[in-house]
Design a protein around this ligand. Structure first.
Ligand code: HEC
Ligand code: HEC
Ligand code: HEC
Ligand code: HEC
Length: 497
């Protein structure tokens, strides 16, 4: 055979082979798609619910399957390599956080998140909300309630959005009683997914996007984006800082332009920005978002009970139900899927620790420089680097789940944090040497207790005051709320505007 003939034979063989491979790949892709399409269930609502009915148990009477699984968010037994569904003292586990957030509420108390049904209990109990003695007392604004309860849209409907954000946190304590639930995500008439939070609508508007054009699949993510996002308070009004985009650099530019600072760090005196939990923003950067996989696809998979198929409302770690959450699309074994999640998380946590060590030293060295007589002018560029380095570290790591949702993006941001933190320390070395300081005497801040003591925090006094608050003011809130709810009746309790 001539070489020409050979080539002819080979390509004759290659063409059908490629066709078969393409066909099989197509089947695989469409099976993933079909599973997703299958997941859109036609749902016929029973009796209509009032849009603003805050009591989840009332909705539960009509939708017992969803309600029962929703109530299971109270279960706390699940634990994976890096996440846990019970309260976990993050400051105890990682004392770096106490120094990084010094002077800010998070250095008092910070726990891992747990299920939605704990939202009210946990915000009342954390030391961050202080121990108000009256409506006009305490460190936090009313805005803090915005992502905790079904009473939020009820109140906003009755009295107005700005009115909700006004006043102290304690002022709305008797209004906000029911934890996150049905009316946060559902329209009472049709049970279709609905966006109840104005901040998300306004955030989309600020990017020139129209939320009303969102598809059904988009909404399976957007209901979560009402709360699992970065935000800040602009004169107590809740704002998602997205007008320049949703990446770490875009929001940093936004905050710099409006000269926003959450607080001034008491050691370094840097003007800091606290990242909240840009979960939605980081999910967008990951492979699953890019392939159209929504939050609900993994966190709210379908479940069958007595021949009825419905959405599992026990929103927790998808690793607690891999057969439904991942193996719906992936053919790998459970062990392999767990390994792939942990492997991404391990890499992120390694780089996160490097960034933290640099930042802790930068704050302590900046304090040493101030103590040695450094001037504002000498320190200005240092403080800018610290602000940006810590914002990026926080953005990358405060977003729960991002180490799996978008590991590459998280590693990229942590890389820039390390770069900026190192720049701060390089400049600091110059300042310190110019003041005759060759070595900084670092304090021992290796445990939560030592770090808090070094900062002069009296945690025992805070705990005592908190206990009193929980035993006196909170029961008053509960009583007032009961009286209000008693006026609702069983149906259509709220007057619509
Ligand atoms: C955090 C948002 C969220 C909350 C809170 C929530 N749901 Fe859902 N719910 C969803 C999503 C997402 C779906 C899937 C909808 C779809 O794809 O059409 C869903 C689906 C449903 C459906 C349609 C049938 C089904 O099972 O798919 C019903 C009924 C329902 N939920 C009832 C409830 C009730 C009752 C509550 C309160 C106890 C509640 N939901 C709380 C997000 C939520
Ligand atoms: C109304 C605000 C709100 C909405 C809407 C919301 N979340 Fe949450 N979510 C929270 C808060 C607040 C917590 C922490 C509660 C606590 O620790 O007490 C939380 C906790 C969680 C947790 C941790 C649970 C655990 O067991 O560790 C997961 C996972 C989660 N949310 C996923 C989602 C997903 C997915 C959606 C959309 C389907 C969603 N959330 C919608 C506010 C919200
Ligand atoms: C609705 C379908 C769907 C679900 C549910 C789903 N995935 Fe995926 N996953 C995909 C698609 C699509 C890709 C991208 C494959 C591609 O295009 O190369 C992907 C990619 C991945 C990758 C490779 C990431 C990379 O960097 O390339 C891992 C690991 C993975 N998924 C793990 C999981 C785990 C763990 C779960 C459950 C918690 C899960 N997936 C749930 C559809 C899904
Ligand atoms: C492809 C599947 C997948 C998608 C899509 C997904 N998640 Fe996750 N999520 C996970 C996995 C896996 C974890 C890690 C769980 C663990 O380590 O136990 C996680 C963790 C989390 C956590 C932290 C839970 C904890 O206990 O600390 C939150 C909160 C969360 N996701 C919210 C969201 C939100 C909001 C979206 C959409 C914007 C989303 N997730 C999209 C798979 C997914």
């Amino acid at each position: 055979m001539s070489t020409e003939e050979k080539k002819g034979k080979v390509s004759w063989f290659i063409f059908p082979a490629v066709a078969v491979i393409v066909f099989i790949l197509g089947l695989l892709a469409s099976s993933i798609m079909e599973r997703r399409v299958e997941s859109r269930m036609i749902y016929m609502p029973k009796e209509k619910m009032d849009q603003f009915e805050p009591r989840n148990e009332k909705w539960g009477k009509q939708y017992p399957n969803q309600y029962d699984t929703f109530m299971k968010t109270a279960e706390t037994s699940f634990k994976s390599k890096h996440n846990i569904s019970s309260r976990d003292d993050m400051l105890e586990k990682n004392p770096n956080l106490v120094i990084l957030w010094a002077g800010y509420g998070f250095s008092k108390d910070y726990n891992a998140p747990r299920g939605h049904s704990y939202a009210i209990k946990d915000i009342r109990e954390t030391l961050r909300t202080g121990a108000p003695k009256s409506e006009k007392d305490g460190p936090m604004p009313a805005t803090c309630w915005a992502c905790k309860s079904t009473d939020v849209s009820r109140y906003m409907n009755e009295k107005g959005i700005t009115e909700f954000y006004q006043g102290k946190w304690a002022e709305k304590g008797h209004e906000v009683i029911n934890p996150i639930g049905c009316n946060d995500c559902h329209d009472g008439d049709t049970m279709a997914l609905r966006i109840s939070r104005p901040a998300l609508l306004e955030g989309f508007e600020s990017m020139g996007l129209d939320l009303s054009k969102a598809t059904h699949q988009d909404k399976r993510t957007l209901v979560c984006a009402q709360c699992h996002v970065e935000y800040y308070f602009k004169d107590q009004y809740l704002v998602f800082p997205w007008s320049k985009g949703t990446k770490a650099e875009n929001m940093e530019e936004y905050f710099d332009e409006v000269e926003f600072a959450d607080w001034v760090h008491p050691l370094s005196k840097a003007k800091m920005i606290k990242a909240q939990h840009p979960g939605y923003e980081l999910w967008k950067e990951g492979i699953h978002a890019q392939r159209g996989v929504s939050c609900a696809d993994c966190h709210m998979p379908y479940v069958s009970k007595g021949g009825v198929k419905f959405t599992d409302h026990q929103i927790n770690s998808p690793l607690a139900k891999i057969n439904r959450s991942c193996q719906n699309c992936h053919r790998q074994s459970e062990a392999e899927l767990i390994r792939s999640v942990a492997s991404n998380q391990d890499k992120v946590y390694q780089l996160k620790m490097s960034a933290e060590k640099i930042l802790v030293k930068a704050h302590l060295e900046a304090k040493a420089a101030w103590d040695a007589g450094a001037t504002e002018a000498e320190m200005a560029p240092v403080l800018d680097y610290i602000r940006h380095a810590q914002w990026r570290w926080d953005y990358a790591t405060a977003s729960h789940g991002a180490a799996f949702h978008a590991p590459q993006e998280v590693l990229r941001i942590l890389g820039t944090s390390i770069e900026k933190g190192s720049e701060a320390r390089r400049l600091l070395t110059g300042v310190l040497v110019s003041k005759g300081i060759k070595e900084v005497d670092y304090p021992d801040v290796s445990t939560k207790e030592k770090a808090q003591k070094y900062l002069g925090m009296d945690i025992e006094a805070m705990k005592k005051a908190k206990k009193e608050f929980l035993e006196t003011l909170v029961p008053e809130w509960e009583k007032k709320a009961k009286e209000r709810e008693a006026t609702y009746g069983d149906k259509k309790p709220m007057t619509k505007k």
